[in-house]
Design a protein around this ligand. Structure first.
Ligand code: SF4
Length: 338
């Protein structure tokens, strides 16, 4: 399967504000490692999920892919072309093919513009040669595609006249209207009512299938990723700790962090009401380790060897994990029964 997007060993460190100890060591600047050697392959026409807690580096990665910020090192290959340092017309051409759906449908739409003009804006930038009739037809078509019907009526509304779910559909329509090859959806349902999250995810999933668009879905919520994803990568403290085909990873999670994320999902079933929840994690509040396995401080299985850096390696059928528990050469321990 062809990869539309390849991320190779991307690093991004942000300088941290001065602390008291750094005042006594002025030569020693402290950095937060937002991304620390991230490599990912996103197959064309599929929905790939990136899951991780807040602050794990997910949004930084999205911003680097879209060239809103530059990585310190590493490269981004889009459709076979290295876009890491592209500028000018080449960057514009990439941006025509890659669009973003943001988390907050309340602040991502201009409140002074009608829905029609909001969706027309990217056409005005990227398809200047379209006639007025072509523009109207395209706008009404995408409004229909995201189930904002009757499209003509919705086109005349302002954002404040819409619900959160309807606003997010407008944001999806705006991303779709220039027919991108890749959509990056950064927590697109996290600010919506639970009752309409599934509808929005269903729309994104269906559009990906019908229009053959690759979707990179970023979320902290493992529960929603099941509904939409084909592949999944799990990120912790700026590193990918597990990846693979989504059913395989969620039915047999290998990394202790993925296991803890799955433990934390609440299944709304009647027989769960009195069940004691067991989440396989220790020291909930402890920060990621600075070196070695970043999950060391929270991992219930940590060992001496985990002070070294584990490598993301394939264990079975493209299911990769970065954990010494599966490194037979090091200690021969297997965690599959945990
Ligand atoms: Fe836990 Fe060690 Fe695996 Fe890290 S490498 S997740 S500390 S067992």
């Amino acid at each position: 399967m062809k990869n539309i997007l390849e991320i190779h060993d991307v690093r991004k460190y942000f300088p941290v504000k001065s602390t008291i100890s750094s005042l006594f060591n002025p030569g020693k600047r402290i950095y937060k490692k937002a991304l620390d050697g991230v490599s990912l392959h996103i197959p064309e026409g599929r929905v790939s999920v990136l899951v991780g807690e807040s602050g794990s580096g997910k949004t930084t990665l999205a911003r680097i892919i879209l060239r809103a910020i530059d990585p310190d090192t590493g490269s981004i290959i889009f459709n076979g072309s290295n876009i890491t340092r592209k500028t000018g017309k080449e960057l514009l051409s990439f941006r025509k093919q890659a669009q973003m759906i943001h988390q907050d449908p309340y602040s991502s739409l201009n409140p002074l513009m009608k829905v029609f003009d909001i969706i027309k804006e990217p056409i005005d930038i990227f398809y200047k040669y379209y006639s007025k009739e072509e523009r109207i037809k395209k706008i009404l078509t995408v409004l229909n595609d995201v189930n904002l019907k009757p499209a003509g009526e919705f086109a005349e509304k302002y954002p404040h006249m819409l619900s959160g779910g309807e606003r997010q559909r407008v944001a999806i329509a705006r991303a779709l209207v220039i027919e991108p090859k890749l959509i990056i959806a950064d927590e697109p349902v996290s600010m919506l009512d639970v009752s309409i999250r599934a509808q929005i995810l269903q729309i994104v999933r269906q559009l990906s299938i019908n229009r053959k668009i690759t979707v990179f879905y970023i979320t902290h919520d493992l529960a929603t990723s099941r509904y939409i994803g084909d592949e999944i990568s799990v990120m912790y403290a700026g590193k990918i700790v597990e990846s693979g085909q989504i059913d395989r990873v969620l039915s047999n999670p290998l990394h202790p962090y993925t296991q803890a994320l799955l433990d934390a999902i609440s299944e709304p079933r009647f027989d769960n009401i009195d069940k004691q929840k067991v989440i396989r994690i220790k020291n909930f509040d402890s920060a990621p380790a600075e070196s070695g396995c970043r999950f060391f401080n929270r991992c219930p299985y940590s060992m001496e060897i985990c002070k070294k850096e584990p490598i993301l390696e394939t264990k079975e059928q493209n299911h990769k994990v970065s954990c010494f528990l599966y490194d037979k050469n090091e200690n021969g321990v297997q965690l599959s029964n945990c």
